[in-house]
Design a protein around this ligand. Sequence first.
Ligand SMILES: C[S@@+](CC[C@H](N)C(=O)[O-])C[C@H]1O[C@@H](n2cnc3c(N)ncnc32)[C@H](O)[C@@H]1O
Length: 257
Amino acid sequence: MTAARATALFDQVASVFDEVLPFFTGFGQQHMEWLAPVHGTRVLDLGAGRGALTAAALARGCQVTAVDCAPRMVERISTQHPQVHEARVMDAHQLDLADGCFDLVCAGFVVHLLDDPAAAAQEIRRVLAPGGVFSFSVPGPVEDAPEWEFYGALFREFQPLIPVGEGRLSRPLDEERFLATAGFTNISETAIEQRLPVPDADTFWNWGLSHGSRAFFDALPADARTEFEARVRAELSTMDPIVFAAGASLWRGTSPA
Ligand SMILES: C[S@@+](CC[C@H](N)C(=O)[O-])C[C@H]1O[C@@H](n2cnc3c(N)ncnc32)[C@H](O)[C@@H]1O
């Protein structure tokens, strides 16, 4: 079954997702500013989570449908964003939505988690109106933040301790090829960043447990997890203040008319 691991993981973190630090909210706002949909645009937020993109699109007067494979995420979207047109549990690989009914499909930090991105892209093409836009974000580089290189390096160092098929859901993705192979045209990309103040080391560690990286920590042997945490805390103790620097890449393509 596709999306089974994603559903289990994101249901597990739904109650705290994007609440420890407003990481996804900040990127969702920047993403929607880049897309700048006009009032009344019919938007599908695919893998909507707690609704970072949904909230930003609603603020622009869009008509938003939000779908996610994790039922607890969808419950929270419905509660927190009652203006949403529809919020439904759905797998991105098999959309229970009519052909051509959206002007914009957006997906924040989702595509690189999918079991079969190409299959999802065909579904996205199907539900987009001719000339509609598909846009997604993925984690990206951040400029001028050498003090945060340790965090990615720790994941790479500890990765071999995790059995194959467990740990983080993310997979490498050639974004441009993914869009082009699915038939999208006018492909473009931009890089964005944010700097998030972090009150203390506990908050940063808890943030790591509040989203997708939770799967990595849960898959580590207990002693390795303890060591990972200690090394994160040692690095953070050298920072005053702690300001988390993170980057993302935004991509968009147009569905042929
Ligand atoms: C990292 S979160 C991002 C959530 C939100 N888009 C945001 O930017 O805050 C990824 C979301 O994608 C959802 N997801 C992962 N695989 C999915 C699939 N196959 N179908 C639908 N949703 C999926 C997860 O349940 C999770 O809510």
